[in-house]
Every structure is written in C-alpha cells, then in structure tokens.
Design a protein around this ligand. Structure first.
Ligand code: PLP
Length: 427
C-alpha cells in the first residue's frame, strides 16, 4: 500500500472519506469497553517484585551500621555513611555532602522550598517569603508536581521552552536578570516528560549565568538518573562541580530517590549539595525530625550493594518496561507516520513519552480517549497553572499497565490523535 499522505495534501473529499473511516474505527474502539490507564508514571507490580527479597532485609540481628551504631535507634539525621557512600556516585557528590532521607524526594523538595521561604538560604538576605513577588522558571513541558508546589506557595511560574538539550538558555539568562526569580526546576536527565538530557553547554550555562538574585537555586531533580532504556547512555555533566568551578558553589541542590529503583512508596530520598547547603538543610531538618528510618537505609545497602548492583537491578527494570516503550513507538508510528499531525519522543530513559498533537487538539484527544475508556493525563498538566498555550502536549506513561494494554491504549491514542486532527482540518 502507498504510504499515508500528510493531511494538507488531501482534497476535501479525501479528508471526509478518511474522517468517515476513522469514525467507524473509533466507534468500534468504544464498543470494546476498554478500561486502560496511562496517566501516572508508576512502576508496574512486576517491577516492584524485583525488590521482593528486600522486604526480608536487613534481617533480625543485622541492625548494626558500619560506624557501630544501632540502626534501630534514633539519630543520624544525615543518613548512614554506607548508604551515603552507595548513592554518592549517583548524585555526583562526595558522601559527606549527601543526605539520605525517608521515602519521597518530592517531600525533600517541598521542605527545601518551605525552609527557603521561612528562613532563607545561604547567600540570601533572609526569608524568600518577605518579598512580595517571587518567581521560579519552569521548563515546559515539565513535571506537574513541581508546578503544584510553586502554585501552593504563591511562587509565580515563568514557562521556559525546552529545546532538546534542556531549557532555552537565552530565555533563562534573560529571565534571571530579574531579582524576583529565585530558582528553576530542572529534571536534567531523561526529563519528565520530554525524555531529553541537558547538554554539557546547558549545564555549564546554568552554573555560570549571572543571576540578579544572589540566592538563586537550581532545583536539580535527577529523578531518572539511573533509569536507562538503551545502551547509549548520555553523560550528564556534573552540576555541583560546574557550579563550584563557576564560583557559585551553593547554587545547585541535587535530588533523587529510589522510588522507581526499589519500592515506590518505601524507597529512600536523596539530597546532595555544597557543604554550606547541606549544613543549612540539616539545621532546618533537625527541628523536623530526630532522624530517618535507617533500617530502610541498611535494607537498601544490603540489597543493592554497590554501583554495579544498582546497574544490574536497573537492567531488570529495563527488560520489563523497554517493550512497553517500544509498543508505544510502534503504535504511534503505524498510525501517524507521514500524516504530519503529531510528533513524539523516543526516550532513551525515564518514564514518559511526550506526544505533541496538532495544535488546538490536545484537550479533544484526551476526551476522545476518555470516551473510549483510555485515561490520559489532562491536557495542560505539563504546563504551569495547567495552561498549555498551544493545547498540544500530552504525556504518555506506559510503565504501569500490562504490555498488551499499553499496545491497545497507544493504538487508541494514535487513532484519537489522527481523528482530532482530521476533524480540526475539516472544521
Ligand atoms: N521528580 C520527578 C521528575 C518525578 O517524575 C517524580 C515521580 O514521578 C518524582 C520526582 C517523585 O519522586 P519521589 O517518589 O521520590 O517523591
């Protein structure tokens, strides 16, 4: 058969024919009574099973940490030295600049923002909340929960377009000339949701740029640093080193977690930064808690062991989710190649595929999919305040459903994408 033509090459009559046949297919899809969910980037049960034996660790009598302390007791706010050593290479910081906390790096980011608002950060002139207007740069498409944090605390959000190598640095450098701009959200490797990794030039510019706010912070959320989907692994430049070299040692705060490595609801959250920022963070956190769950820290050390152990474990994840990403790619390209109605990412890691549909149809694609029993993240969720000015970007999360469900859902989404584009063209 001939390859599909771009919609712009089709006559009105051909467009109407195409619409009729797509509508028929769509009605048949609805008739199947599907109930599929592609909304949240959660690990599948089989992925959680990979860490099943961890639940028996550290074992009844194995609660003494390497420094001789009893991991069952209170204390050690910064985390066990063996756990910090395990994750130091992942974070790109020496172990004494690493903090290991309880589950949820989002909670660490939340607390960091709250402490900055109430107390200020090293190098600043006091609590951020004393200023009537403060703002954060938000690369788009981005992670909705970063945006919800800002919105919840009254931090104005300024969208910055992603370029394929990270945020548009000309726009970032122009924006940080405003002293109200206190920070930027970065998911530097396998970004949520575009999948892109910041180039070395982007990292260097973020580290070196002149900011009007002396206490500007890079919220470096490296959530997907070990979540590879290919053998070709992009080398993300070390942000802490780059900042120190550029004379801004306190600019970056690095976050990560084992939520999608071991157990999503019972992992470890990680923070790394300059010595001054780590002292500052621990001084604030010390009022909040006497110390973290160190049994979980020992459990992770016993289970993952070392960098090679983390790598081997992540390979098992890849074996489970790689085929799901491939199924999405296959379904999208089978339906949409050559039509010139959509673009999508082919991520080399992380948890998401970004689907950019025809401008002005993202909301329509989501409702068409919903009617056919396929739940997608609401259009706009990838943008601050839920507003995607082009009504274009959708985030597809293929990890949680079973492979066959992912395939069905992706085929359905591709059909809805083409149908919405055809109907928009017909008007
Ligand atoms: N950061 C990013 C970019 C994420 O995509 C997610 C989860 O989807 C999180 C943080 C949440 O991490 P945690 O489970 O450690 O709170």
């Amino acid at each position: 058969t001939a390859s599909p033509s771009p919609l712009s090459d089709l006559s009105q009559e051909a467009l109407s024919d195409l619409r009729r046949s797509l509508r028929e297919e769509y009605e048949a899809l609805k008739g199947r009574g599907l109930k599929l969910d592609m909304t949240r980037g959660k690990p599948a049960p089989e992925q959680l099973d990979l860490a099943a034996e961890m639940l028996a660790l550290p074992g009844n009598r194995d609660t003494t940490a390497e420094d001789g302390t009893d991991a069952r007791n209170y204390g050690n706010l910064q985390g066990l030295s063996e756990t910090r050593a395990l994750f130091a290479p992942v974070l790109g910081a020496p172990a004494d600049q690493v903090v290991v906390a309880n589950n949820s790096s989002l909670a660490l980011m939340h607390d960091t923002l709250v402490y900055a608002l109430l107390k200020g950060v090293p190098g600043g002139k006091g609590p951020w909340s004393k200023d009537t207007d403060i703002a954060f740069l938000c690369p788009v498409p981005g992670y909705d929960r970063h945006f919800t944090l800002c919105e919840g605390f009254g931090i104005r959000m300024i969208p910055i377009e992603m370029t394929g190598e990270g945020p548009d640095m000309d726009a970032v450098e122009a924006a940080v000339a405003d002293p109200a701009v206190k920070g930027i959200w970065c998911v530097p490797q396998y970004s949520n949701p575009s999948g892109e990794t910041y180039s070395e030039a982007t990292v260097k510019r973020l580290a070196a740029m002149k900011t009007a706010a002396p206490d500007f912070r890079l919220m470096w959320d490296n959530a997907y640093v070990v979540h590879h989907l290919t053998d070709s692994r992009p080398q993300l430049a070390n942000i802490l080193d780059a900042c120190a070299e550029a004379g801004h040692p306190d600019r970056a705060i690095v976050f990560a977690s084992t939520s999608k490595v071991t157990i999503a609801g019972a992992g470890l959250a990680l923070l790394a930064s300059s010595p001054a920022n780590v002292r500052w963070y621990l001084a604030q956190a010390g009022r909040r808690s006497i110390g973290p769950d160190k049994l979980n820290q020992l459990r992770h050390v016993r289970f993952l062991r070392d960098a090679a152990g983390i790598d081997a474990h992540m390979d098992q994840h890849r074996a489970l989710i790689g085929p799901k990403f491939a199924a999405v790619e296959q379904a999208f390209s089978a339906r949409l190649d050559g039509r010139d109605v959509a673009r999508w990412s082919r991520p080399e890691g992380g948890y998401f595929v970004t689907l950019d549909v025809t401008d002005g149809t993202a909301g329509q694609v989501v409702s068409l999919a919903k009617e056919a029993g396929i739940a997608l993240t609401p259009a706009g969720a990838t943008h601050p305040y839920g507003r995607d000015p082009h009504d274009r970007t959708l985030r597809i999360a293929p990890t949680f459903p079973k492979l066959e469900e992912v395939r069905l859902a992706a085929e359905g989404v591709a059909l809805c994408t083409l149908l919405a584009a055809v109907e928009k063209r017909i008007g």
